[in-house]
Design a protein around this ligand. Structure first.
Ligand SMILES: O=C(O)CCC(=O)C(=O)O
Ligand SMILES: [Fe+2]
Length: 319
């Protein structure tokens, strides 16, 4: 497999000119405007297990109900795309590693043979193997140590099924344009293209379907004083084509104040409220999550609320 070099600032993601052996892992890049740091992700997501889990749940509304009952607050499997044409046309399963332990054993026993056990083991091992290394690389870009703000492993394990059988099978909207809220996300894909990065406003660059990418999010931008930038991205659907992805989201601890860390002057101009440290991760996550769920079709907005998640956040961050 070619080594894919992905940065949001590159006109075309291209195979690296350096020759790599066939078995070389796909390489992912964290990026800021002038520097890239590479992280070799050798892990391969259990795509077959993820597909099997979705197939089972699509066929068993009973198991979906049981799974969703383990997190009555928001549910675990999001199926709004079944009846809403205007929302993202995909199915999502959000597994919180903190909550996994609370899936009753009986349900684990019935879902593990359909892939759940393999999926959870994959993410648990992935986070143990890569989160510290990636935080170290990001700390170099940020010019400050980020590990102290990430002690509790505040993570989300997300599975996505861009399935042709949704309310609007012809829609190209798989996942609307957004910037992830946390520190970084690792995206695994099943070989199907569709993921795109925004290079300059309005210019979208496709990511090869077999690349594993690490994308930075808003929390990395703020904690690094603007030394790390975050890529806006989206997923386009090809009608009739199924696409499976798996994403590990890593965010700072919930009580961390979102302000530039360390003694160095920020390189971007942040809002007064960010500079004062008024906003903590938990509050930020709540604001981001509301807009996110609206786009996914899982929550209605109040009249007058902005539907554009990034505009709202940009106002909070840059003032
Ligand atoms: O499915 C993908 O490739 C990306 C999904 C994504 O960006 C997200 O869930 O935040
Ligand atoms: Fe994302």
């Amino acid at each position: 497999m070619a080594t894919n070099v992905i940065t949001p600032h590159q006109a075309n993601p291209v195979a690296s000119p350096t020759t790599v052996p066939d078995e070389a892992p796909t390489v992912s890049f964290l990026s800021n405007s002038s520097t890239t740091a590479s992280v070799n992700i050798e892990a391969k997501a259990p795509i077959e297990a993820i597909r099997a889990l979705f197939d089972h749940l699509h066929a068993s509304t009973d198991d979906v109900s049981k799974l969703n009952a383990t997190y009555a607050h928001r549910g675990v499997m999001k199926t709004a795309a079944l009846h809403k044409t205007e929302s993202d046309q995909k199915f999502t399963i959000d597994l919180s590693p903190m909550r996994n332990t609370r899936i009753p054993q009986e349900l684990r026993d019935s879902l593990d043979p359909h892939g759940l056990g393999e999926v959870l083991n994959f993410f648990d091992k992935l986070s143990a193997d890569y989160v510290p290394t990636i935080l170290d690389s990001l700390s170099l870009l940020a010019g400050t140590d980020l590990s102290a703000a990430h002690k509790s492993y505040n993570m989300n394990y997300r599975l996505c099924d861009y399935n042709p059988h949704t309310a609007d099978p012809e829609s190209s909207n798989g996942c609307g344009a957004h910037t992830d809220y946390g520190t970084f996300s690792i995206i695994f894909q099943d070989g199907t293209s569709g993921l795109e990065l925004e290079e300059t406003p309005g210019t979208w660059v496709p990511v090869p379907g077999d690349a594993t990418v690490v994308l930075t999010g808003w929390c990395a931008v703020i904690l690094s004083g603007g030394r790390v930038s975050a890529a806006k991205h989206r997923v386009r659907r090809t009608p009739g084509v199924r696409r499976i992805s798996a994403v590990l989201f890593v965010a700072p601890d919930l009580d961390v104040k979102l302000q530039p860390l360390g003694a160095a002057q920020p390189v971007k101009s942040f809002s007064d409220s960010i500079m004062r440290g008024d906003l903590d991760v938990e509050t930020f996550k709540e604001v981001m999550g509301k807009r996110w769920r609206y786009r996914e079709g899982n929550e209605e907005m109040e009249n007058g609320d902005s539907i554009s998640q990034d505009n709202e956040i940009e106002k909070m961050v840059w003032g």
